[in-house]
Ligand binder design. Sequence first.
Ligand SMILES: [Cu+2]
Length: 144
Amino acid sequence: MKLFALVFTIFITVSMASLTPTLAESYKSMAPKGAEVYFIAPVDGATISGPVVIKFGLKGMGVAPAGVKKKNTGHHHLIIDARLTDFNASIPKDQNFRHFGGGQTQTTVKLAPGKHTLQLVLGDHNHIPHDKPVMSKTITITVK
Ligand SMILES: [Cu+2]
């Protein structure tokens, strides 16, 4: 009987191990086809004086606060003068990568005079971009 228990334990351990790769690939949240994130404001190429009001648009998905796991939702991330390179990890959090984990759909930022690039990327409850990533095109604005 003891031997049976041991064999059974080994069997379970081996099956779990063989399942791990599948689990590792499915940690990402799926995005529905046609989901789209975009800037309602500002428009690409705009020249702005003073603080920049940025409005986030989202089609085909909903907004949920960070930490809330709900199908076909995510929260906004605003990327300023930077580019996201790793789409399989949590989006960095600093001055260039701003999180709106409260579910906000707009913000106001103060930017130094000159040209700046802006991009929106949706992240899931763990701040990880979806599969496929839902991101806007990068826009360029000039701050006077
Ligand atoms: Cu986030």
